[in-house]
Design a protein around this ligand. Sequence first.
Ligand code: BGC
Length: 355
Amino acid sequence: MIDKSQFGQMPDGQIIDSYILTNNNGMSVEILTLGAIIRSWRLATDPSVDIVLGFDNATDYLSDQSYLGRTVGRYANRIKDGEFKIADKSYSVSTNLQGNCLHGGVEGFHNRLWSVVNTEDDLYPSITLNLTSEDGDQGFPGTLNLDVTFSLDQEDRLTIEYHALSNQDTVFNPTQHSYFNLAGHNSGTIFDQQIQLSANNYTPADENAIPTGEIKPVNETAFDLRQPTSFGQAINRQDQAIKAANGLDHNWCVEGFSAAQDKLQWVADVIEPKSGRILITHTTMPGVQIYTGNFIGEATLGKNNIKYAPYHGFCIESQFYPNSPNQAEFPSATLPANTPFVSKTSYQIKQKSQQ
Ligand code: BGC
């Protein structure tokens, strides 16, 4: 089932719509045409539990600095100094954090109004949103046309598919920036939720979260999350980089990634111990940024006037490694002209007993 309603307005008066996708089990995911945002994700077993952080109105989304629920682009995470080269041609893109480009720059994709180009509701509900990013948008080369499809299947899996085409060589790295809290968006910190990653390596970063270029084994480091580890424990590990970031805000390398990007690999499970709820993430992308909401503003008033604060949600952002356009050794984020880009990431909810 798909329910459409009006959510709000853009500053210029254009209408922002909300689409609620409900599968046959009764699970629902709400998508906004503003920012291709995931605004809510309610469980079939208990619709009062909403596992993503969000806002109740457009104004709050438009002033949000934490990218709640956004589709992020053109380049998720950081590009050092906002500069890179493609085939010896230099580009300078919008910088918005410590002189670096974060999440596509000042006017990234996250606050754009997307158009709905398709909805389907046969086997299970799905919606496709489209955005055209013009040549030179935030300094990035090439006109890029992007479709993002969200589908919610009968196994309570939300699959997000990105299809894009650029008319010039460019760099492209889309992601989803939902903050999950498996106990519910209104239940405080995520410290007792446990994360397990399929990642033998990670990319160490400097004090501004720019990778040094190394790909380092997690073995005997604070970044070894191969066994279930509570976020509280992981954040408190004695490590300079974790301290500098106020928590987890790092990129891990997905095991089994293939350059053809045609295979979904399991990368993360997060378990909420009280309910036994598990979020299972698969992706075709080479990396994943695990971010524990370290910088969520203390005074953020979310849905139903719930006060959000640091560590009230975690993000699992599939991606090319940060700053890949300047690191030849990393999987390439260059999208050649007129070459289709396809990537997929899925998030599935299960109960522990079902696993
Ligand atoms: C980044 C963080 C940033 C957050 C919100 C994450 O993807 O890695 O450093 O604070 O997004 O913008």
